[in-house]
Design a protein around this ligand. Structure first.
Ligand SMILES: Nc1ncnc2c1ncn2[C@@H]1O[C@H](COP(=O)(O)OP(=O)(O)OP(=O)(O)O)[C@@H](O)[C@H]1O
Ligand SMILES: [Mg+2]
Length: 308
């Protein structure tokens, strides 16, 4: 199937001479949730701004829904909704007027039913006649999402949608985003909350110093780069790791009661059973066993820390 978004060789060097993006190519399938991760200054907002037509690329081509974003700007832009990283709304307008106006800016005919649905979905209906300046930060963020949805976009960019939002509202937003996806909207989000990407994303892209260093399905990423730990709670303390188990990467807790086997999650289930057989053969009894898998956060930190 044709990707809804396709980027080829996109680069951006700002007037300052800073190369913020270097030869980025990427395809996004219709209906996926794609999380773009990277440290501060990596180039995430630059990339989103280019796709949304706010920043001109130095090189490369981008098509949204098959429309070139430069030659066919209007058609491409009408497919795209953007929730920018910085909150920008007219403080004196009411919530409903802001969303209506936003729709109008895209040249869409008024559709009160759609505006109402968006406001209700985002739990903003009660606040529809409130001025933006009287809202809390989290509510303002919802208004930004409502604005971005006002013209019924097929691709929604969320640049740090939940920065500074409390846990409950963040979960609400996740639900909203999933509902949108279930209604066929393609979602591309950036976040510094790795838990958010772990929870939501189908695929993950990691940007470092303007380079897209990795794009993978979340499950594959967690499996291939994730480390797993199998910990045995021993029936009797060990003074040291027995020679019979020397070939395994093991760690023994200071009290000698917990033996931890670390293995990479390459999806090979056979790595555990020989270990457990050798444990049994060495006469080591255990009372309990637990496993842990590295989080996306740990994987991410390792990825971006690695020398470029
Ligand atoms: N208008 C501009 N002129 C010059 N340099 C810019 C401009 N906008 C961004 N940059 C630089 O480009 C780099 C990438 O910035 P960008 O905002 O894309 O990063 P980001 O990944 O979104 O970071 P954050 O996580 O902090 O939002 C940074 O070094 C930034 O200073
Ligand atoms: Mg940014």
């Amino acid at each position: 199937m044709q990707p809804i978004l396709s980027l080829r060789g996109v680069s951006k060097t700002y007037a300052t001479g800073h190369a913020a993006l270097k030869d980025v190519s990427l395809e996004i399938a219709r209906g996926e949730i794609f999380a773009l991760l990277g440290p501060n200054g990596a180039g995430k907002t630059t990339l989103i701004s280019i796709i949304c037509g706010l920043v001109t690329p130095t090189a490369g081509t981008i098509a949204a829904g098959g429309h070139d974003i430069i030659r066919d700007y209007r058609a491409a832009r009408s497919l795209i909704g953007l929730v920018p990283q910085e909150l920008t709304t007219d403080a004196f307008e009411t919530v409903r007027a802001t969303v209506r106006l936003s729709r109008g800016l895209f040249g869409k005919a008024p559709a009160e039913a759609h505006v109402e649905k968006v406001l209700r979905d985002l739990s903003l209906w009660e606040k529809r006649d409130s001025r933006i300046m009287t809202l809390s930060g989290g509510m303002k963020r919802r208004v930004m999402i409502a604005k971005a949805l006002s013209h019924e976009p097929q691709i929604l960019f969320l640049d740090e949608p939940t920065a500074g939002v409390d846990v409950e509202l963040r979960r609400d937003m996740w639900r909203v985003i999933r509902d949108l996806r279930d209604n066929g909207v393609t979602i591309i989000l950036t976040t510094h909350y790795l838990e958010e990407a772990e929870e939501m994303a189908d695929r993950i892209g990691v940007i470092r110093n303007g380079e897209l260093i990795l794009v993978e399905r979340k499950e594959d990423l967690m499996r291939t780069l994730g480390r797993k730990e199998l910990a045995l709670q021993l029936a009797a303390p060990l003074a040291e790791i027995p020679a019979a188990l020397a070939r395994y990467p093991l760690a023994l807790s200071p009290d000698g009661r917990r033996l931890v086997y670390t293995y990479t999650g390459t999806g090979d289930p056979t790595s555990i059973s020989p270990f457990l057989q050798d444990v049994a053969a060495a006469g080591i009894a255990f009372t309990d066993l637990d496993t842990e898998q590295s989080s996306l956060e740990e994987i991410f930190v390792r990825l971006v820390r690695a020398d470029a």
